[in-house]
Design a protein around this ligand. Structure first.
Ligand SMILES: [Zn+2]
Length: 445
């Protein structure tokens, strides 16, 4: 019976009471949240090669099935990186509300990067110290995954009559481009706007920041060609490395100053990334590096090939065509006065910039939840590098997507990575409160 609808004050107080219960339930889940984060860290899902994805899916399956979620496990058959030795497993858990409505989806990647050196704790033990959980993937992003699970469970318990659905996915390979994870699922329709309307990716952006998107990327390989000859008579050859030197000089003279002038209205953090950037990723020319232990001298050769990989990050204000044309101009300028200059330009990878509108429903819901649960107005940021939002936007055609989650971004991929327990609790409250805004029947009257 909807009798109380006649009395708006009663409605408000009912929602308020339930919100209090929701917060209490999340506070009381503290030990459970810590244990869940620890058990996720204890599965070393290092990528590459992409180990242990099935084990993570089994852990999430066992937990969420018990809480009334229906489970689908999807292997990215034939995707980049998928093999029988390292199968690319993903999991999607869905909970249906009592009434039909929209779906809020929490997407977390389950892979972590290699540990590297410098750890003072076991990176896969999930050590709890000073109210922080330590380990590889603690902040990026098993802590975020755990927080979203606690948030979703508390919401479906306390608001069982909600309208719509809540989904939680654990996807692989984000650290290596996401092709066996979100890209694959998006291609198969899992992020179509007719089945999912709001996406929150709990990457470690801090509990008071909403990440609206990321800059664009164009990776290219430039190759210059020459002519091999004896090194004592370089005039009989044509040095490909010198041609590449001209390309680098042209980049220094023409491109870097132009990029510095391209400032963006996107709120990219850190500030240095609030413009177009270019990284010269690598240059290889001439003889390959000798094997370790080789004690001989190099042979005398004029290099006939040189390859350079460029990592260009671009802005909403630029088009991919502009970026391509600009690089083409730089290469043409490098060839001026060099009679034998020849090059080949190959595109390796590109992603368009993505930025969700500040007025979109998921942004507004999370912003007001940060105000009520963390007690501050949120910062809106854009990531300098890309993450799985690119696939949700470009392949899934879903624009209503943000990254929001606990943890400090700078700790990602570092030794002694950790996530603060209180940060996880606070961001779980934000996520749960955003669910109320987006899916609760009474709130949406
Ligand atoms: Zn991440």
């Amino acid at each position: 019976m909807w009798g109380y609808l006649a009395d708006p004050e009663y409605t408000v107080s009912t929602v308020e009471n339930r919100l209090i219960k929701l917060r209490e339930s999340i506070e009381q889940s503290r030990d459970d949240l810590i244990e869940l984060t620890q058990s996720l860290i204890q599965l070393p899902t290092i990528n590459p090669p992409g180990d242990g994805y099935l084990a993570v899916c089994e852990l999430l399956d066992a937990r969420l099935r018990k809480r009334g979620f229906s489970i689908e496990r999807v292997r990215a058959d034939g995707a980049l990186g998928d093999s029988d030795r390292y199968p690319r497993w993903n999991i999607i858990a869905r909970h249906e509300g009592k009434h039909s409505g929209e779906c809020v989806h929490f997407n977390s990647h389950t892979d972590v990067v290699d540990t590297g050196d410098g750890w003072t704790v076991d990176p896969f033990a999930g050590v709890l110290k000073d109210d922080k959980v330590f380990g590889r993937g603690a902040c990026d992003m098993k802590g975020g995954l755990a927080a979203s699970i606690i948030a979703a469970e508390a919401f479906v318990d306390i608001f069982p009559d909600y309208a719509g659905a809540v989904e939680i996915s654990g996807t692989c390979d984000e650290e290596s481009g996401g092709f066996g994870g979100v890209a694959y699922l998006a291609q198969k329709g899992w992020f179509n706007p007719d089945r999912v309307q709001h996406v929150i990716i709990p990457e470690p952006l801090n509990k008071d920041r909403i990440c609206l998107g990321h800059r664009g990327v164009l990776w290219t390989q430039v190759e210059t060609f020459g002519h091999i000859a004896h090194g004592s008579m370089p005039f009989l050859g044509d040095c490909a490395v010198r041609h590449m030197g001209a390309v680098v000089a042209s980049i220094e003279e023409n491109l870097y100053p132009a990029l510095a002038k391209k400032q963006t209205a996107m709120p990219v953090v850190p500030d240095g990334a609030r413009q177009s950037t270019l990284n010269i990723n690598s240059i290889h020319g001439g003889q390959s590096e000798p094997e370790q232990g080789y004690t001989g001298l190099p042979s005398a050769l004029v290099p006939h090939r040189c390859r350079m990989v460029l990592d260009r990050r671009f802005l909403m204000e630029e088009s991919l065509e502009d970026v391509r044309a600009e690089l083409h101009d730089v290469l043409e300028a490098a060839g001026e006065g060099r009679e034998t200059f020849r090059y080949e330009l190959k595109e390796l990878f590109s992603v368009l910039p993505s930025m969700t509108d500040r007025e979109s429903p998921v942004v507004k819901a999370v912003a007001s939840a940060i105000e009520s649960e963390v007690g501050c107005t949120p910062d809106y940021v854009v990531s300098p590098g890309t993450y799985d939002q690119k696939h949700i936007d470009r392949i899934g055609r879903l624009k209503n997507c943000i990254a929001y989650g606990p943890g400090i971004l700078d700790l990602a991929h570092q030794p002694d990575e950790y996530v603060g327990v209180q940060d996880m609790i606070d961001s779980a409250k934000v996520m749960a409160t955003a669910l109320v805004t987006l899916l609760d029947v009474e709130t949406n009257l």
